[in-house]
Design a protein around this ligand. Sequence first.
Ligand code: MG
Length: 498
Amino acid sequence: MAEEVFQNETIKEILSHYRKIWALGHAQSVLGWDMEVNMPKEGIMERSVAQGELSVLSQSFMLEPKFVELIERAGGEELNEYESGVVRVLNRSLKIARAFPPEFVREMSEVSSRATAAWTEAKAKNDYSLFEPWLDKNIELARKAADYLGYEEYPYDALLDLFEEGLTTRDVDKIFEKLEKELKPLLDKILNEGKVPKEHPLEKEKYDQKAMEKVNLEILKLFGYPLGQRARLDVSAHPFTTEFGIRDVRITTRYEGFDFRRSILSTVHEFGHALYELQQDERFMFSPIAGGVSLGIHESQSRFWENIIGRSMEFAELIYPILKENLPFIREYTPEDIYWYFNLVRPDFIRTEADVVTYNLHILLRYKLERMMINEGVGAKDLPEFWNDEMENLLGIRPKTYQEGILQDIHWSHGTIGYFPTYTIGTLLSTQIASYMEKVINIGEKVRNGEFDEIKGWLREKVHRWGSIYPPKELLKRSFGEGINPDYFIRWVKDRYL
Ligand code: MG
């Protein structure tokens, strides 16, 4: 049997207290999953109150003086790296829990639910005015949150850090400056050279949902996803992954009824998130170091599976028989058709449908707007115009409706501001990770043969098994010897598309 990782008596006491915080988190995840997958529409009001109250309860457990005292005491003791990880993660949670007064936590949670309901209606009706006051409310709360949390340079730093520990406006500026400079001309070149198709007849092919479900399940089976044992696949409007624990991880997908790559690639994407949680060290169970360390690292895992595996020629070959068996129209296409269909490049309005090249420009646009909201005091009223101008600047197209412009994403309705940059960080890291992996594993060959064990094992060793012991920047340094570097992504785009 593997050695116990937690030996220190103070840490053991901390973990026994932490179990009830963990249990609340577990319950909140179940409620959140149910809300997206099963809950009838009008359940939202009661659910959001319940969620808000549980957040407050969790915060009060976190701040119990005995618990705080134990964490402080442990900080002065000699600890192994796992135990130090526990103290680091709890100190961070403590800092956040202490920063926000309980009524503020309750307010954020309730406003978030109601703003989401308003956004849903506003989007359906293409009526920004329904959402505008709620967006202002969320911006105000985010600025307040930044003040409560504290920051050195910009208020936005405090928000970035909530989603990606240690990330600053300065870091993100540096990444995006490089991307904007390199990607815009690269995109022009790709579009003008004409090697990469802009559209494909497969986008219009309609499929039967039952058949498509079978395709997704077969692909997950190839990956070794432990369906029914430790994992599920369900349907929701916005695909996501949630973990109730190491042995109960759930992903969702969606079925639009046409353009089947959306359903496949989002299933493959969420599988990458799920694998990170499923491959945690089981000795961390019930402790604060179980689970992915940050959103950016998490997204690197999902993008690795989506872009590196899912959009490869070898993957198109691998799944071709599955597609042919379940989707009758596939007979008229070759694996190479599937490959290009998965790799189209076309400037378009909707981020979630964006190709790999334009995707980061969509994120850059949101980043610029978030910086305005938080660092420069711009209000909701002026944002649609900024959105459209920036879209034109980056992608050369201008939205005609709010639905294809500022109302498209759910994030700002949840009050999550500072989250978007983690998508780009994940995308960049996925190509970095692929490049390191390629030195020891022939990824294409493995995919062609449907052998995923070595790839999964490598990811476990380099990323998954460390849970949240180290902050993201340190994890990268330890496992790969360098931090986020956009050069890998630029090179990857050139290799693939030029
Ligand atoms: Mg994701």
